[in-house]
Design a protein around this ligand. Structure first.
Ligand code: PDD
Length: 287
């Protein structure tokens, strides 16, 4: 089946979908994005993804290209046209097309909007989760506004590539104090020996992950203890369990950090139960 993308008001064949060469996303990475899981044709945690999208736009002073309700319709329609049952929907909004100049273009420049959807078989993630994944650590060399979900991801892609070359699934960024901030495209968690979930506070040092919020909700419902605090790489290596969260991975067990085996080297039971409970606790909108 041929894929369809939404580009600035039109649904076009994916293979020929394009934006102008002077799009500010292309020239300056002057834009934001969201990735939302699709489950059974429905969007998972759409409202929270849309709220974060609005915030990212407002932090960068990019205007909302259309009403939120209209944008949501485009997301659903792109999923529908691509007949995605399980997979991901991607939305990107940039400051639009204008002659290259670092300063903002005139305020009447329409933002550019691109939406794509792709199928990802659920079984793929399930297989990975059965084994667990390896992570490496790298110095965090990103700017201090990683709370904004911008398409400006150069340090993240370089980190992910280093992980791949090291035979790992993810790279965890480490701050100047030796504490883990987050993964290149995931939030980072550990489970302490007494079963407490530990993750870095969502200030400016990390992205406030939606999957992370759902895990917080599960913990609250299940009476599990959560500590939002900094944790070091050394503490992570001695943890009972470790895992990462993102819309694209859900709750994914980590079984090795920089070559040090976590626990008994198998996905942890707390991590797996969080993964299992994830969709019961996420908000799944009607398509
Ligand atoms: N990444 N931290 C970073 C740097 C991320 O890029 C992501 C998401 C997360 C997790 O956020 P959420 O739970 O809302 O997906 C944390 C997406 C999936 C991506 O770039 O593909």
């Amino acid at each position: 089946m041929s894929r369809t993308a939404y580009v600035n008001g039109r649904y076009v064949p994916h293979h020929s979908a394009a934006v102008h060469i002077e799009d500010r996303g292309y020239q300056f990475s002057d834009g934001i994005y969201e990735v939302c899981e699709v489950l059974g044709g429905k969007l998972v945690d759409e409202a929270r993804h849309m709220a974060r999208l609005s915030r990212s736009l407002s932090e960068l002073q990019i205007r909302m290209p259309m009403k939120l309700s209209a944008l949501r319709r485009v997301l659903h329609e792109t999923v529908r046209r691509n007949r995605v049952a399980d997979g991901l929907v991607y939305v990107q909004i940039t400051r639009g097309v204008a002659p290259r100049d670092h300063a903002f273009p005139s305020p009447d420049t329409p933002p550019s909007v691109v939406v794509t959807a792709k199928r990802v078989p659920r079984i793929k993630g399930e297989h990975t989760a059965e084994e667990g994944v390896r992570v490496i650590t790298l110095p965090d060399n990103r700017w201090d506004r990683v709370d904004i979900k911008t398409v400006s991801l150069l340090p993240n892609i370089l980190a992910k590539q280093k992980a791949k070359e090291a035979g790992a699934y993810e790279a965890w960024f480490v701050d100047g104090d030796g504490c883990v901030t987050e993964g290149s495209s995931t939030n980072a968690w550990i489970v302490s020996q007494d079963g407490t979930l530990v993750t870095r506070p969502a200030e400016h040092g990390i992205l406030r992950g939606i999957t992370r919020m759902v895990v917080m909700d599960i913990a609250a419902n299940e009476g599990m203890k959560v500590e939002e605090r900094h944790f070091s790489v050394d503490e992570a290596k001695m943890a009972r369990e470790a895992f990462i969260t993102a819309a694209s991975t859900l709750v994914m067990p980590v079984v090795e950090i920089d070559g040090k085996v976590i626990g008994n080297g198998q996905p942890g039971s707390i991590t797996l139960s969080l993964r299992e409970k994830f969709h019961e606790n996420a908000e799944i909108a009607v398509a």
